[in-house]
Design a protein around this ligand. Sequence first.
Ligand SMILES: *[C@@H]1O[C@H](CO)[C@@H](O)[C@H](O)[C@H]1NC(C)=O
Ligand SMILES: *[C@@H]1O[C@H](CO)[C@@H](O)[C@H](O)[C@H]1NC(C)=O
Ligand SMILES: [Cu+2]
Length: 314
Amino acid sequence: MFVQLITLALAALPQTLAHGGVLSISIGSTWYDGWAPYNSPVGQTSIIRPWSTYNPITDATDPTISCNDDGTSGALQLTAPITAGEKITAYWNQVWPHPYGPMLVYMAQCPGTTCTGVNSDTLSWFKIDESGLINGTVYDGFWGDGLMIADNSSWTTTIPSTIPNGPYLIRFETIALHSLPAQFYPECAQLMVSGGGSLAPTAAELVKFPGAYSNTDPGLDIDIYSNEAQTETTYPIPGPPLYGTSGASSSPSGPSSTSVIPTTTISSTSPSSTPTGPTVPEYGQCGGIGFTGSTVCASPYKCNVVNPYYSQCY
Ligand SMILES: *[C@@H]1O[C@H](CO)[C@@H](O)[C@H](O)[C@H]1NC(C)=O
Ligand SMILES: *[C@@H]1O[C@H](CO)[C@@H](O)[C@H](O)[C@H]1NC(C)=O
Ligand SMILES: [Cu+2]
């Protein structure tokens, strides 16, 4: 009997260890302890919104998909100050177990003067960072999730320097594709942004959670172990276009268009000229540290910096 119980306990353990979430955050040299989902919520103080389970969300329309909970703030909810243009790092469980799938970071501005008391399901989110299939094939390639694991199971992103000042939620998400349905692991934190700009997200860049994803999206309904996956080298990252890439910058060659091209967009040097080398298809890699391939995107796509290791055509 005793042996059986131990066996049961050991059998149950890996399931818990196989999942998790964002356990802490750092901004510059300031460390913020996270929410502890398996402790009593009473007395917990964190900039991270309460979240309730290490288990993944597998239904893209689940009401908990905004922040892995019912959307409410904590009783003693904290907010971290951050300057637009500053970096913020989220830390997952060590070592994060799922290397296949994309990393995504969203923000949502809250109405009024604070996000405390604002349900995350009511907000409009824009994507500030994403990393999908970095190289190789869908079947055995290197993904954003793998980069997160390689970087101490953490993800560092930069608050866009152009977003308006105010209270925001930031939503860090890792999506795991090793089984279907896809597994969503989102957690959120409250920020107060200062030193920002005046480039509001466009309507095309804003989404709701739930709403942004469907389990039938090409990037979610994907069998990475299929025969096709073994030759597929592009991957459509779920969700809306990145903040700053649609709207203002889509009106080409207007008299003042150069002044509104966001800093995260690298225009190819001569967008309308015939490329001299091989071109990179939509969602293909076109730059990044250590990248030696073509940096010319097939028309009409542009090369966008996703992170220092990865630029992508879209
Ligand atoms: C894929 O990208 C990662 C991260 O940049 C790099 O470490 C790895 O060597 C690359 N692999 C190939 C086959 O290019
Ligand atoms: C790696 O992450 C842990 C938190 O999971 C943190 O305590 C540690 O300082 C990090 N190490 C480095 C080198 O950043
Ligand atoms: Cu898991």
